[in-house]
Design a protein around this ligand. Structure first.
Ligand SMILES: [Zn+2]
Length: 447
């Protein structure tokens, strides 16, 4: 019941416990927990809708307490898994729709090499049709997992009469949020521009990770990889050949995963990203990487819809998922026709409100052009400014992976009436407290 909360906060297990009010429904569906939080899964009361935009039952009003524990009509860990692993997007009625979309996608990818870029954009805009009406996940950032955890922790504290709960702060050295820049090299042209893009990053004092396609797109030499590393940038594997068919069938995926794993070893890369952010998290155990970066937070303007509804990293089996929490440059410039920082700034603000990870995909291929490149420079300059005003951790994904793994093993323990963080790497961790302030949860980080 409470495991997802314990994992999120790394707080003492004895302080957060929930009971279940009855037996869960057989089928899963959408319901609400309070006015704005949409859940997907099984529940013990009310009804479950098949679509997020139907009238939804509010399970918050069924919460009672049983001595010191809140009694819930659902299992929070199941609900959070359903969101983060995008199981809500694979319900029965979605599956039929997805099959139809998949055959369109296959036709599109078959024809793609023959299509002029303007015609491709037409196809992509047609796919986008109506995305503004989608209620769930929430655009432009979805923080359902964060909202749910906060509300549940609050309920638990009230039921116990506890004023504050100690936990391991989300980021090292007390940073308020984390920002990560990643670059995917799509074509020969992008690959050629990569060194200039690293110059631009360096001129603003940022390092990024570079995702390289191992086969077919361009030639990848050992020197090329080494040069990126020598400059202090990170190298990760992007797909196998970027043909859009990585997840088309289980057999084909397993065959390709072997090659992808071999390239990971050859490049000494710890991280993976699938082309076009296509994904199937249920198959990820075949990938031998420490982390993945293929899941968008809210995917309304990506080819594969869905989204993980969180702005924090999370584990999928042994692999850490570092989600993509902002809109990709391609969609921003070419699908939304947006040549300003407005959307990226709005997303940054929403993510930072939850102390989350602000992560970007910017392709060298799409910032060669002057207007787009100007926006990218503005973004870096915006973050340099932000870094002077707030404590932000600017990190490459590999560092985030190291930190999140070590944090996942840290524990808060009571030492003669004083809370302390224990475990390897505890020096970088900060003790924090969740407090109830006027019926809301607030965080306080120890200096
Ligand atoms: Zn790509």
């Amino acid at each position: 019941m409470e495991q997802a909360l314990i994992d999120r906060y790394r707080c003492p297990e004895s302080l957060v416990k929930f009971d279940l009010s009855g037996s869960l429904s057989k089928e899963a569906g959408y319901f609400r927990f309070g006015r704005d939080t949409i859940c997907y899964g099984r529940s013990a009361t009310g009804f479950r809708a098949s679509r997020p935009d139907s009238v939804l039952y509010d399970a918050l009003k069924d919460v009672t307490t049983n001595g010191s524990n809140p009694v819930l009509s659902f299992d929070p860990t199941e609900i959070i898994d359903n969101l983060r692993l995008e199981r809500y997007a694979n319900g029965d009625n979605q599956r039929a729709l997805n099959r139809w979309k998949r055959s369109l996608r296959d036709a599109y990818y078959f024809l793609r090499p023959l299509l002029h870029v303007n015609i491709r954009r037409l196809f992509q805009r047609a796919h986008l049709n109506g995305w503004q009406r989608l209620l769930f996940p929430h655009w432009p950032v979805d923080t359902t997992v964060e909202d749910l955890c906060e509300r549940l922790l609050l309920l638990s504290m009230k039921a116990r009469g506890v004023g504050r709960v100690p936990f391991v702060w989300f980021w090292p050295d007390g940073a308020q949020s984390c920002v990560a820049m990643t670059h995917d090299l799509e074509t020969e042209k992008g690959k050629t521009f990569c060194s200039e893009l690293m110059d631009i990053d360096d001129s603003f004092g940022f390092k990024a990770s570079i995702q390289v396609v191992p086969e077919e797109r361009y030639k990848v030499s050992a020197d090329f990889i080494q040069n990126i590393r020598d400059r202090g940038f990170e190298v990760n594997v992007q797909d196998l050949n970027h043909d859009g068919h990585l997840f088309r069938s289980r057999e084909e995926f397993l065959r390709r995963a072997q090659r992808i794993n071999a390239y990971g070893k050859e490049y000494e890369a710890k991280g993976f990203r699938a082309a076009v952010l296509y994904r199937n998290l249920d198959w990820y155990d075949a990938l031998e990487f420490s982390f993945d970066m293929s899941v968008p937070n809210v995917a309304h303007v990506d080819p594969q819809r869905g989204g993980c509804c969180t702005v924090m990293p999370y584990f999928v089996g042994n692999m850490l998922e570092i989600p993509v929490t902002t809109t990709q440059d391609y969609a921003l410039f070419h699908l939304l026709n947006e040549y300003s920082l407005d959307l990226w700034k709005a997303q940054t603000e929403l993510i930072m409100e939850k102390n989350g990870l602000v992560s970007f995909i910017v392709h060298p291929d799409y910032v060669i052009e002057k207007r787009a490149q100007g926006i990218y420079r503005d973004l870096l300059s915006f973050f340099r400014q932000q870094g002077q005003e707030k404590r932000i951790w600017f990190a490459v994904p590999g560092e985030i992976d190291d930190w999140w793994r070590s944090r996942s093993k840290l524990r808060v323990v009571d030492h003669n009436g004083k809370w302390q963080i224990e475990g390897p790497g505890a020096e970088r961790a900060k003790l924090a407290f969740a407090k109830v302030v006027r019926d809301r949860l607030e965080y306080e980080v120890e200096a």
